[in-house]
Design a binder for this molecule. Structure first.
Ligand code: SAM
Length: 269
């Protein structure tokens, strides 16, 4: 997979040389190219921003450097990239989006600063390529570089051969499959006793069925506590009898459509 990042702070992307993404680059699984947007400016001050039309606070990134940057990068290789525009006003970036992006051969990220990029850039490239405007959460950061690091790591670990153990992301929170839309429960490793704290007995039992059930129960407990919205959205067909029993004990009630909702009792907790 090829990844291009255009930014006014190339050094902010240094973490892409480290750990999982760094190793994937070193092994040739990822071709990452970070570009300084200012190389596509032509004035003495390498200006990339200007005042907003219509007034208001802050500055807006000028379209010309972005246009030149994207034209040059896109012309450097055959094929159509997906242009990923980090913005708090985009669609939420989630695991399903990461899975979709991991299937694309080429992504170009456009992390902005100031109040964002002149809208015409998205409109221009949106007519010729797939453009994804994505938000990593309901908060506003000073720039899009940290969101790019987040998205690249989420995508890169899904690429074949990147994770040491290909099974590692199978049980992740939000991973597609039997545990879809549940948060992953607690995990433990050696030593068996640490500061007087042991390991749940079932994990030492060697009984795969009981361990799987325990993990699923823990996932439900955690999800009900931290992300009740995910339980409410849970596909009823994915719930077995034990799941239903546990949810009922936790104060959830089955609705006529088979989905679970919190009872007044459950909401007090
Ligand atoms: C200060 S923000 C611009 C905020 C803009 N005024 C708004 O409210 O949409 C500057 C840049 O940081 C990045 N950014 C900030 N928060 C983000 C978020 N939650 N998700 C993705 N990108 C974000 C985007 O690249 C954005 O253009």
């Amino acid at each position: 997979m090829r990844l291009d990042v255009v930014t006014i702070f190339p050094e902010y992307l240094e973490p892409l040389n480290v750990s999982l993404v760094g190793k994937a680059r070193a092994r040739g699984l990822l071709d990452v190219r970070v570009h300084d947007l200012r190389q596509w400016t032509h004035d003495r001050h390498n200006t990339v921003d200007d005042t907003p039309y219509g007034g208001g606070p802050g500055m807006v990134m000028k379209p010309e450097p972005w246009g030149e940057a994207l034209d040059t990068i896109i012309a450097s290789q055959e094929g159509d990239p997906v242009v990923v525009v980090p913005t708090p006003s985009g669609r939420p970036f989630d695991q399903a989006t990461a899975v979709e992006l991991a299937e694309k051969p080429w992504l170009i990220f456009t992390p902005a600063r100031y109040e964002g990029i002149d809208r015409r850039v998205v409109d221009e490239y949106g007519e010729r390529f797939e453009v994804r405007e994505l938000s990593i959460g309901d908060y506003v950061l000073a720039g899009g570089e940290a969101p790019v690091l987040v998205m690249v790591e989420a995508v890169a670990r899904l690429l074949p051969g990147v994770l040491g153990n290909a099974e590692s992301h199978r049980d992740d929170s939000f991973a597609p499959g039997a545990m879809a839309d549940l948060l992953e429960g607690p995990v433990y490793t050696k030593p068996p006793l640490w500061r007087g704290r042991g390991i749940p007995e079932v994990l030492l039992s060697g009984h795969h069925g009981r361990i799987a059930r325990w993990r699923r129960d823990q996932a439900f407990l955690r999800t009900a506590r931290y992300r009740p919205d995910l339980i409410e959205r849970c596909d009823p067909a994915a719930l077995d009898a034990d799941d239903r029993k546990l949810l009922t004990e936790l104060g959830w009630a089955e609705r006529p459509d088979g989905r679970f909702g919190r009872t007044a009792e459950g909401m007090e907790e």
